[in-house]
Structure formats: C-alpha cells, structure tokens
Write a protein that binds this ligand. Structure first.
Ligand code: DAU
Length: 352
C-alpha cells in the first residue's frame, strides 16, 4: 500500500516516514509545504531511497493532492499537516484556521473524490487517518481521570479549537459520506527533530547556550509525555488494524509538571555534558510570565488502544528523554540550521 503522508517534513511526520520506510518497501509520498517548522533535512537520510517521493505543496491545493492520489495510487492518507504551536496561535491565529480547518476540509474533499472513483476492493481498503491532539478535551483538574475517547470536546486555545474543528470535520465526512476515517488524539510528543519552540527542545537549546530556561508561571502545569517513536508505532497499528470511524487516544502514562520535566532534563545534561564551571543547568531555570489561558493539565487514557490493538509505549519518560538529549547533542548542525532566520524573530516576540 502506498501512503500519502502530509506534513511529512515536520517533527512527527518525519519520524513517522522514517520509521515506516525502515519497516516497509512500499512507497511513501511525502507532502509538505515547508513552512518554518517543515525541514527537508529531517528526511535527508532518504535521499537515495527510491520508495520515497517528496513533493512540496499544501494540503489545501486540491489539484495537486488529486493528482498525487491518482499518480501514486495511494491506499491511505496520514494527515500530520498542521500549525501546532499554542503560543504562536495566541499571537496570530489566522494560519491555524487556514491550515488546520480549511486545509483539512480541502484534504477531505480531495480524498473523498478520489475514493469515490476507486474500484470496490481498493475503496474498501482505503483509509484517511487524521492526527490530532489531547488538547481538544480541554484542561483537567489534578483529580480528574485522564481524558478518554467519549469525553466532550472543550478546547481553550486558538490552536486546540482549530484541531477540534478539524476532528469534527473528519467525523462528519465519515458519518455523512462514509469516507473510511480514523482519528488519533495524542499526548505531548518529544524526541528527535522537534522544532525548538516547544518546551523540551527549547530547554535543551537554551541550556547548551547558557541562556535562561523559561518556565511559565510556577511550572506546576501537567502534561502527559509520549516519545515520538511510540506515537509512530501507535499510528501504524491504528492505520492497519483500527476500526474505521473510530477515535484512538495515544498517551505514555507519563504525567509530569513542567518544572519536573525541565529539572529531569537538566539532570541528564549535567551527566552527559557537564558545565565547565561545575554548576548545574538547573541554575538557568527562570520563571517568566504565564501563557494566556494556560491549560492546567492534560492526561490521556490510552486503554482503548492498549486493549483493542494491544499497543504499549516502549519508552519510559526517563529513557525517552535521555535518547532525545543524546540526539540533540549529536545533531548540533541540525539545530544550528533551524535556529537561523525566522526562529530569532519568534524568540524575540515571545520571550523579550
Ligand atoms: O498535548 C499535545 C500538544 O502538545 C500538541 O497538540 C501541541 O501541538 C504541542 O505543541 C503540545 O502543546 P503544549 O502547549 O503542551 O506544548 P509546549 O511544548 O508548547 O508546552 C508544554 C508546557 O510547557 C506547557 O504547559 C507550556 C510550558 N512552557 C512552554 C514553553 C514553550 C513553558 O513553561 N515555557 C516555554 O518556554
């Protein structure tokens, strides 16, 4: 089965493409608009792989997507393409509405028209897998049970509202047109190739450059952390064995406060890359003003996925974080390239 992966040069998309091609000789068509967070360097190890086809373009370009679906006889679409950073959505939400909502709508329509014309067997096997977020369930109190698939949607940020809207469109295209969709709502991912606007890679970058490690408010907000390769293995399982029309939550059962995350990171860095002055990276932690509408806690109940598809996360938070730190220490050039240009503007806007 040839798959079309959208947002394939972004963080989770590129990890997924690399893992997929590591295990399969079937073709992958990678589509990415290459905006600030998309980086062809993430896929550079595939430059000699004849099963990989990269196309620069938008999920909203119906002509292009229709052409790709037909040309490569695509059997499944995995939609990672999205604007994903909450703080950016607070500064300016337009791109989030355009990509996450209108883009998903256009992709669904391109898929529907292609799928309608497929022969019976191909039509039956086709899948549209939409990758979404646990943020659509809104903020939990510390004593609430983790979010499960039947919980109501209560998104609070422009980002999570745009993802919630896209999930609703995907659901409606199944209910109305019977397009064979699957939706995946995942916890906070971390790992190789993550753009350093998110908490973990930003903290690694700043720690190594002797800059403050900015923690919003008191750092007591809780997130559920999932190593990106575990997310990719879950998506693969859901794509192959998931029930069409269903939603699956993916989480690592690793709830941590933001302060705990950054302190653990500092301890790993102290061990792997001790500072020359003998001090700990923890000294660089700086409490800064809070994010507007900052959600207190996200937590994911992944028991449906574990029960029905026998999936388990392989990494603990400590093993996953250690792998992540090692990857960044080993990829200084990658980091140097992504932090040039637009990134500097963003840091000025957000943290000055
Ligand atoms: O929960 C899944 C979501 O996780 C994804 O859907 C989003 O695309 C992804 O960006 C992520 O959202 P978060 O807002 O939770 O991730 P972020 O890394 O931006 O922030 C994690 C926590 O750390 C959050 O409580 C805000 C806090 N934070 C973040 C940054 C960037 C800080 O304290 N300081 C910072 O500088």
């Amino acid at each position: 089965m040839t798959i079309l992966v959208t947002g394939a040069a972004g963080f989770i998309g590129s990890n997924f493409v690399l893992d997929w091609l590591n295990q399969s000789k079937e073709d992958v068509v990678s589509l990415d608009l290459l905006t600030y967070a998309g980086n062809l360097e993430n896929l550079s190890s595939l430059s000699q792989n004849s099963n990989h086809h990269f196309i620069q373009g938008s999920i909203g370009d119906r002509n292009l997507v229709s052409e790709l679906l037909k040309k490569y006889q695509v059997g499944a679409i995995v939609n990672f393409a999205a604007e994903s950073h909450v703080d950016r959505s607070i500064h300016e939400s337009k791109d989030f509405i355009e990509t996450n909502i209108v883009g998903t709508y256009n992709l669904l329509e391109s898929a529907r028209s292609y799928w309608n014309d497929l022969d019976k067997n191909l039509k039956q096997d086709f899948r549209f897998l939409h990758v979404s977020s646990d943020e659509v369930y809104g903020s939990l109190n510390l004593t609430d049970p983790p979010s499960n698939e039947s919980d109501p949607y209560k998104p609070n940020s422009p980002y999570s509202a745009s993802k919630a809207a896209s999930d609703h469109l995907v659901r409606a295209w199944f209910q109305t047109y019977k397009l064979p969709v699957l939706t995946v709502n995942s916890a906070n991912n971390y790992g190789p190739f993550q753009f350093p606007e998110k908490l973990i890679p930003l903290s690694i970058l700043n720690a190594l450059n002797d800059k403050p490690l900015p923690i919003y408010a008191d750092g007591q907000q809780v997130r559920d952390w999932l190593y990106v390769k575990d997310h990719c293995s879950a998506i693969r399982e859901i794509l192959i064995n998931g029930q069409i029309g269903e939603t699956y939550n993916v989480g690592g059962r690793h709830e941590k406060t933001n302060l705990e995350v950054v302190e653990t990171l500092c301890a790993i860095l102290d061990e792997l890359k001790p500072k020359s002055n003998g001090k700990s990276y923890v000294d660089q932690i700086t409490f800064v003003k809070d994010r507007l509408g900052h959600d207190k806690r996200y937590a994911i109940d992944a028991s449906k996925l574990e029960r029905e598809l026998d999936w388990r996360a392989q990494e603990t938070f400590e093993t996953g974080l250690r792998k992540t730190v090692l990857w960044y220490l080993d990829h200084e050039a990658w980091m140097d390239h992504v932090v040039s240009g637009e990134y500097q503007e963003w840091v000025k806007k957000q943290y000055s």
